[in-house]
Design a protein around this ligand. Sequence first.
Ligand code: NAP
Length: 256
Amino acid sequence: MSKDYPNFSLAGQIALVTGASRGLGRGCALALAHAGADIALGLRDVNTAADLAAEIEALGRRVLRLQMDMTRLDQIRRAVEQAVAHFGRIDILLNNAGVGPPNPAEQVREEDFDFTLGVNLKGTYFASQAVGRQMIAQKYGRIINMSSQAGLVALPTESVYCMTKAAINHLTKCLAVEWAPHHITVNAVAPTFIKTPGTEKWLDDPDFKASVIARIPLGRVGEPVDVAGAVVFLASPAASLITGATLLIDGGWTAS
Ligand code: NAP
């Protein structure tokens, strides 16, 4: 590969994707495999995603399913150990797992607050720590956090969710600076509304969908592949001087 041209290949690399069973996690796992990486699938329930594993194998890549409930630090640590034991290293971590139940601020209970922070923020933090230790030892790594446009703009009834995504944007900067000496880059992607199992119940409502599209200058909601392209880029050698960035994939929502 000539050094004069950007290299977008992930051939020979190992990627761990959390919350990989469906939606953006699934789409990104397939895209990372398509770009050449072998894939460790972090799953809330390891008995799911057999079809996804088969699709990754059909692309000619190795795949490992891991029990990895992001609210369980013991499972996060064990899953990372298993991935390293199986593949020998982890080059790429996609912190994708996330929840965003509607939570009108005046009704939020402590358990609602703890649940969303537990998966989105604490899970992301400790998965980054567990994989970061391995990346420090191997002197190389790419961490990509799944943020949201909701980390930059407010979405009504989503204050807890929005707060976790804003925190993820800042965590991205903190880890980027702290781990840069170890040749680890840390970036985030921040999508607008993307069609996934998690959003279909809202986007299937024509009035809600129209109100969303009215705020997106490019005039459409996203598909997982719109996010997967940015994830593959940030994981690739072509992005080696990019760290601490949050890349908006919002069709212009936050620019308008
Ligand atoms: P989704 O369709 O609801 O899928 C969520 C994924 O997270 C599933 O694989 C789910 O596993 C997993 N998950 C949930 N709780 C978990 C836990 N405790 N441990 C491990 N995995 C867990 O959601 P999505 O729309 O693809 O969203 C994925 C990420 O993108 C989230 O971080 C979300 O905030 C972010 N995002 C989404 C959008 C959007 O419009 N779709 C926009 C911006 C950001 P199970 O299937 O086992 O439940």
